[in-house]
Design a protein around this ligand. Structure first.
Ligand SMILES: [Mg+2]
Length: 386
């Protein structure tokens, strides 16, 4: 089997009304998504997505003519591309989808098959009043979730604690509650600094009194010593690492014992093959592996398959907020949005590969650009345009 073509389609969904994520300096009026397709000489096509792939095109010829089953070789090529700028991991997701289709197996089965389901947590995004946080928590509980993640303002901890308290009073022990401070990275234009270790420790103590399941990104990701100290001191789990760049970043955090819950996203940080290895190491050391999935349905599915393969969890992120972030928006390139089942679980399912089914009409209607590279009698042919 040989890779004979790679294509990338850039899509944009208009958001009306806009969605204002708690970590964004300004509301989002559009939502971009990317669909990458890798086709082999036997006619199968694998599909991936979850990041933009801007800047990958000049390097993609290194994949053409190669064996899609030679995954360690593929990953080393992609790591060499990653070193030079763009995160190329949606291409690896497409390669895995192709391998799954070639073998008739879900990727989660090929990567270990520890479980076929993980309980989902509703990962909210918008800033809200305490009353609105409580209303959303009740809605999330009634919709069948077992857990919710709240976004609060790290620099207004009085308000943040009021919000978490209101949620706890509204749902009692019906939901596990996670709290994300988003202190580890910044959107373009956001120059705010992080809170410090002492402040984070006091906040963690207050959250422990509210039986919070984990506190996410309380400090910058580069402060591994501070995170490890906080993890050692705190009576609430410390989570982080979602925008790690490489396998080595995640290993450094694991060696430093910076987190109780490691969250590297397989379409943003090192890919599925490395993610599977990292997940195994994390679980082996008694820590938790719960990948970030806040991209789109294609990225969510890639992370679900890897987390299920190694027995990650116990919860997996399901981006969902009735205040502007619905599965329809999140998964707009898909024929049907990814949903939880009646038990509140995300389920791998029986489809070969990553289980991605595109709505090709929607893909065509939202396409704003793209490119392809293919082998034509040994020569690489590039084409631009949607
Ligand atoms: Mg986060």
């Amino acid at each position: 089997m040989r890779v004979v073509a790679v294509s990338v389609e850039q899509l944009v969904l208009d958001l009306d009304p806009p969605f204002h994520a708690n970590w964004d300096p300004e509301p989002r009026r559009t939502f971009p998504a990317t669909v990458v397709r890798v086709t082999c000489d036997e006619g199968l096509t694998g599909i991936g997505g979850g990041d933009t792939l801007h800047g990958v095109q000049p390097h993609v010829h290194h994949l053409l003519g190669s064996d899609p089953l030679a995954m360690e070789r593929q990953v080393r090529v992609l790591e060499s591309i990653d070193f030079h700028g763009p995160r190329p991991w949606p291409i690896e997701a497409a390669l895995w989808d192709l391998v799954g289709k070639a073998t008739g197996r879900p990727v989660a089965t090929l990567l270990g098959g520890m479980t076929d389901r993980l309980p989902a947590y509703a990962s909210t995004g918008a800033a809200k009043s305490a009353a609105d946080q409580a209303d959303v928590a009740v809605h999330v509980r009634d919709r069948g979730f077992g857990a919710i993640k709240l976004r609060v303002d790290a620099h207004d901890r009085v308000a943040a604690l009021a919000e978490v308290t209101a949620v706890r009073e509204a749902v009692g022990s019906d939901l596990e509650v996670m709290v994300d401070l988003n202190q580890a990275w910044r959107m373009p234009g956001d120059t705010a600094g992080s809170i410090d270790l002492v402040t984070a420790r006091r906040f963690a103590d207050a959250l422990a009194e509210l039986d919070v399941h984990w506190l996410e990104e309380p400090l910058p990701a580069r402060d591994l010593a501070g995170l490890a100290q906080l993890r050692s001191d705190a009576r609430v789990r410390i989570a982080g690492g979602e925008l790690s760049r490489t396998m080595d970043d995640v290993l450094a955090a694991l060696d430093a014992d910076a987190y109780d819950v490691h969250q590297p996203d397989v379409v943003l940080a090192g890919g599925l093959w490395r993610g599977r290895t990292l997940g195994e190491l994390i679980v082996r050391r008694g820590r938790r592996y719960s990948p970030h999935t806040w991209t789109d349905g294609l990225g969510l599915l890639a992370n679900l398959h890897v987390a299920a393969a190694v027995g990650g969890g116990p919860f997996l992120e399901f981006p969902y907020d009735p205040h502007g972030w619905t599965p329809d928006r999140r998964d707009f390139p898909l024929a049907a949005p990814v949903e939880i089942d009646a038990q509140g679980d995300l389920v791998v399912g029986d489809r070969p590969g990553l289980g991605i089914v595109l709505d090709e009409d929607r893909v065509a209607a939202t396409r704003v650009g793209g490119w392809s590279a293919r082998l034509d009698q040994g020569t690489v042919v590039y084409e631009e345009g949607p």
